[in-house]
Design a protein around this ligand. Structure first.
Ligand code: NIG
Ligand code: FE
Length: 405
């Protein structure tokens, strides 16, 4: 039994538990790093209340936000491409001309580990200031063993420097580096035989991702990367069906992927494959918005099939230069027509599942889960997705520690 002095109480709150809003008013008791009890106030007797340190009364509480898809470690800037796109040049065309991801690769290779860390820290801090307590960070702008590992090391260090759980993903198969022009298979061999083993040896990767697309890698090439990841015991995920339908999501699902991400071009067969595998559909409305995409992900089919839908920022220098998780809740509703409850679940319970962390109770407010909590100055949980308004985070609790407010 935890010591009395260690128990803290949030009382009379409106609680979104990661999947739904519970009848108000609720009480949440935290003991040390974990949630001990979640109950209607009417069930908490005087002795229980008296034994707890009072933390706050009233407000809306959600799990700490889980941003399950970011690329926030990178060098350089791509603001010039924004201007080109406004003049009508497409994202694919910029990539084919050697810009896009490859322009960030050049800048990231040139940057020292220290410089990358210094540039990424305020980006991660921006997510934290908006309530994120778990953030996934991908590599993918190094595209050789040394620079991919450099990025992952920066990601790990960020998680040590700031009060946030950082999950790292090796995205070696993000784009074809210039040294391997016309030799995609040769580069995939490097990813499988050198990059993945090196990342595993240093304990730097929690998962492996690929970009399955005509401007990146084929389904067959991505499948080889997954086989190598599996051989090293790493979970997998995929950027798939973002610009066209190659069937990458279905292939990833066959390999038991944690998630398929973007998926604007996903078809019914792809939806069924995700459902069967228990994979999460990660929706990225920031990239949809930034690229002025018009093809909507198959939301209704995903909903009908009961595929869990996560929402993430995709924070990156090209397709989603957006470091604002609650804005993504709004975009998920306005652009993709999710309900506010679906959007919130997408950045809490389902986001955690897309990272393979749901089993630990992450992304939920329930007894036994890590005490990652946000208390918001809003009237209802839905209002978080409604207004676009920074500064509403009243309190942020990470691993039982109040880190804000
Ligand atoms: O998630 N789709 C590919 N990768 C990233 C974009 C990275 C970039 O443009 O720098 C994405 O959108
Ligand atoms: Fe991405």
């Amino acid at each position: 039994m935890p010591s009395q002095a260690n128990r803290r109480l949030w009382r009379d709150i409106t609680l979104f538990d990661g999947l739904r809003t519970l009848p108000t008013p609720m009480g949440v008791i935290v003991a040390g790093e974990r949630i001990e009890r979640v109950a209607p106030m009417s069930e908490l007797d005087a002795a229980t209340l008296a034994g707890c340190e009072p933390m706050a009364s009233g407000g809306v509480m959600t799990p700490g936000l889980v941003d399950c898809h970011t690329h926030l470690v990178f060098g350089g800037s791509r603001a010039d491409e924004f201007e080109q796109r406004l003049e009508g040049v497409s994202y694919e065309e910029i990539a084919r001309r050697g810009g896009g991801i490859l322009s960030t690769v050049t800048a990231t290779r040139e940057a020292s580990e220290e410089a990358l860390f210094a540039a990424a820290k305020p980006r991660l801090q921006a997510l934290i200031d908006e309530g994120a307590t778990t953030v996934e960070i991908k590599s993918g702008y190094g595209l050789n063993v040394a620079d991919e590992l450099k990025m992952l090391r920066v990601a790990r260090r960020l998680g040590e420097a700031l009060p946030v759980r950082v999950v790292t993903t090796l995205l070696g198969a993000h784009a074809l580096p210039p040294e391997f022009q016309d030799d995609g298979d040769g580069y995939i061999r490097l990813v499988c035989e050198e990059m993945i083993p090196a990342a595993v040896a240093e304990g730097l990767a929690d998962a492996v991702d690929v970009f399955c697309e005509s401007i990146a890698f084929s389904v067959a090439q991505c499948e080889r990367v997954f086989a190598a990841a599996e051989a090293h015991g790493l979970p997998i995920k995929a950027h798939a069906e973002q610009l066209s339908n190659l069937g990458g999501s279905a292939m990833a699902a066959r390999h038991g992927a944690l998630s398929a991400d973007h998926i604007e071009y996903l078809d019914e067969a792809g939806v069924a494959a995700l459902k069967q595998a228990g994979s999460v559909a990660v929706l990225l409305p920031g990239a949809f918005h930034t690229l002025r995409e018009t093809k909507l992900p198959p939301i209704e089919a995903l909903r009908r099939a009961g595929v869990p839908m996560a929402i993430a920022t995709d924070a990156n220098p090209g397709s989603s230069p957006i470091f604002a998780p609650t804005l993504m809740l709004n975009f998920a509703c306005t652009l993709f027509r999710l309900t506010p409850q679906e959007a919130l679940a997408g950045m809490t319970a389902h986001g955690a599942r897309a990272l393979g962390l749901a089993g630990q109770g992450l992304g939920r407010i329930e007894a036994g889960a890590p005490a990652d909590l946000c208390l918001w100055r809003v009237e209802t949980p839905a209002a978080l997705a409604y207004a676009v308004q920074p500064g509403r985070l009243q309190q942020r609790v990470f691993n039982g520690e109040v880190t804000h407010g």
